[in-house]
Write a protein of this length. Structure first.
Length: 253
């Protein structure tokens, strides 16, 4: 697991404060695809529980896993009492039980590709659903976005996470759908987008940037300088495009 994958724990409180939650439509999309009642779910890389609470509030018994103890400690403050937590990376999970749903919210790209889909299938009931969802949180106004990019550029070329399998952004099917389509373990692969538009203060937007791995791995003085420069070029309030891309697949068998 890369240093970027393990960089979040020190910012667990900021992650909870500044990262937006997920819309109810996302749960509707996942559970509608399942086409049957989902009683249990396993979450990979749960963080502070932004997605955990979405499914737990639908009456699903969620087991939330994360390799970072600080993130799980923050999660426990915000989720229903029936949520179970396990400190473990995806690669360390052992399929002692299987689940109706296994999902990852903006976390699957941190897992190792070797054996990813056979391990995922081993955690699912036959016919169970896998879901991966997430997407960038971006400034909606192109002029404002360019000003922020220029302010960042001397220190950081990009704050994006590249596609793990190199799929170009113009492809109709994006990762992990590309891998799921070629996996013998999964079928009925679908990709959809849940639109999300937000408005936040410039300071809250920079607070959100403070939870992004590309910034977290910068030296602290550099990171502070980047945030100061970005904040300087932003209007007091900014419009945000934060669409959630959802990939769904069903375990074969």
């Amino acid at each position: 697991m890369s240093s970027r994958a393990l960089s979040f724990g020190a910012m667990a409180h900021a992650y909870e404060r500044f990262r937006p939650g997920y819309p109810a439509q996302l749960a509707d999309t996942v559970l509608g695809y399942a086409g049957r009642p989902v009683g249990t779910a396993l979450e990979i890389g749960a963080g502070t529980g932004k997605a955990t609470r979405l499914f737990a509030h639908r009456g699903i018994t969620v087991t939330a896993t994360d390799p970072d103890g600080a993130m799980l400690a923050e999660l426990r403050k915000h989720v229903p009492a029936h949520v179970r937590t396990v400190r473990a990376a995806f690669e360390d999970l052992r399929p002692a039980e299987t689940y109706g749903l296994v999902y990852a919210a903006a976390a699957l790209h941190w897992t190792r590709p070797e054996g990813r889909w056979s391990r995922m299938a081993s955690l699912l009931e036959p016919g169970g659903v896998f879901a991966s969802f997430g997407g960038p949180i971006q400034l909606a106004d192109p002029a404002v976005a360019e000003a922020a990019r220029a302010a960042r550029a001397p220190f950081l070329d990009s704050d994006d996470i590249p596609s793990p399998d190199g799929t170009p952004p113009e492809n109709a099917m994006q990762w992990p759908g590309t891998e799921l389509l070629s996996s013998a373990w999964f079928t009925d692969v679908r990709q959809s987008v849940v639109e999300r538009r937000l408005t936040m203060t410039a300071r809250d937007f920079v607070g959100q940037l403070s939870t992004v791995s590309a910034y977290l791995t910068l030296p602290a003085p550099t990171r502070d300088e980047v945030f100061t420069r970005i904040l300087r070029v932003l209007p007091p309030t900014v419009d945000i495009a934060a669409d959630v891309t959802v990939h769904l697949a069903r375990r074969t068998g």
